[in-house]
Design a protein. Structure first.
Lengths: 300, 300
């Protein structure tokens, strides 16, 4: 990662800078917690390597301080701009990657996001998660199995998504519960529910992270998706999304959450077409998809 | 910087993680400002290398978010915890190093710190910067020359320091002006003033940066010092400190500001000893030091 700039720096100067790195690293030598020491010493090395590689100017350092100060100022109980920052730098997704190594044919993980809520309503198989959320109905069905193909009965599936206006229920500031629920897989591992056809939406972009995206020439939009968190005894918890094949945002998701294996076909259905559970949708078009979930074994 | 952990990661997994890095880097490819692109792409590479090297856990990522949120919460117009964080990670000092390469025999730079104030009082040669600040009088004298040894007349010297209780005037929350002033070098480049014998003090350690230092087993104390900022036409601005030889904190300054060349002998004087300018110190002991300043030429 050395740049042409770096190579013009004299050997004496490079040695002086390297000495400083070692001094700072050594200042963590006596941290009582071994893991804290390891993490902080690596952080120091990478932070200093960054400053040296780009030959960070004092004015740029000042701007970085001002940027982080602005991120802190806009963050409160309802908005977490540091998480957004981590998301748009791909740090959240890289952390997911590091902690969810591919395990045989197990379903891949992606970012958790800030919109999960505990204690979402329980629905029966075939129930509707939409609540008061507006949007086109979407039938989702599939199975939960382990990596050997055995059905996982009684797996808990948490599902949540934005409405057709691109907002999660918690973003409205009232107490509505919509577009979220939990259900359990049946004895054969199967599950099915009515959700909403996922639509794209922008992450909050009126703060410093929005300015970062603008300076980068990047869109704040996320590819359309529906969140899953699946837990079952003996299995690794799976946090993931499903994405919609054909969505034009798949290759520029603002938080880098898309994985090829998570892009599904969503079939389009006319209002006149019979639904899987004979439900009357009041003359609306609908969509459907199949998501077969494979859970990795829990870490030994 | 690879760890044993890293080496256990499969080649496929490593490739997947490396692909994500390239995807995030590429998301900045179209940033209109070339320098912004360079800085952000390097930041992304180093940030991801850190996450991968330490195999950052999701719980650790969460703690990092909470830590930065706390840094943001305590930061206001009077307290800049992000600067403190940069300081204790050596990032401030590395930025100083990168921007102030050694130039022949020129005096070395160190951190600016958060306590400089514009428009500090003007004093005459031999004047007193202490104001109402309490502490032992310290006579400081020297010359300002360029790197060829020619005197620099009319150089502006800003000097500032903490009082004997370890506080700068601006930390008291009243409107006092103490322990700071500016003066000009004479026709022969010489300068002299009365200050206070520098004393050690802790950086503010009741916030998240204090917790970081505690977890690292590090002291919040700064080695005793007196700040200088010296400006003159045709010369590179020098921001530096002088340190006191024998101070036991020299090898563990909390912000890594100490450089060997900036450690000076401070002579100790009995109350009965005659002062350089025959000033009556009211029966107090005093100290004295000599700091000859060499300014690098301004960048061409």
């Amino acid at each position: 990662m050395s740049t042409p700039t770096t190579r013009r720096v004299s050997a004496e100067q490079q040695a002086r800078e390297a000495d400083l790195v070692e001094t700072v690293v050594a200042s963590f030598d006596h941290a009582p917690d071994e893991r804290y020491r390891e993490v902080m010493q690596s952080l120091v090395r990478h932070l200093h390597a960054f400053i040296r590689d780009v030959r960070l100017t004092e004015a740029e350092w000042q701007r970085a301080v001002e940027f982080l100060t602005a991120v802190g100022r806009i963050t409160d109980d309802r908005r977490q701009e540091f998480v957004l920052l981590s998301d748009v730098l791909g740090a959240s997704m890289q952390t997911v990657a590091v902690n969810n190594e591919a395990s045989a044919n197990a379903t891949e993980a992606t970012v958790f996001g800030p919109f999960f809520v505990r204690d979402a309503p329980l629905i029966e198989q075939g129930g509707d998660i939409a609540g008061d959320g507006a949007g086109e109905p979407c039938w989702v069905e599939g199975t939960v199995t382990d990596t050997t193909g055995r059905p996982v009965a009684g797996a808990r599936l948490e599902v949540w998504e934005a409405d057709e206006d691109g907002f999660y229920d918690v973003q409205y500031g009232d107490d509505r519960v919509a577009g979220r629920a939990h259900l359990y897989s049946g004895p054969d591992g199967s599950y099915r529910f009515w959700g909403l056809t996922p639509t794209p939406y922008p992450i909050p972009d009126d703060g410093p992270v929005g300015s970062l995206l603008a300076a980068a020439g990047r869109s704040p939009y996320r590819a359309s998706h529906l969140h899953f968190m699946v837990t079952a005894p003996g299995c690794r918890t799976l946090v993931t999304h499903i994405f919609v094949r054909g969505d034009e945002l798949l290759d520029r998701d603002s938080v880098f959450g898309v994985k090829e294996s998570l892009i599904l076909d969503f079939a389009r259905h006319e209002a006149s077409e019979r639904t899987p559970d004979d439900r009357d949708l009041g003359g609306r078009t609908w969509s459907s998809t199949r998501f077969d979930i494979v859970l990795a074994p829990a870490a030994v």
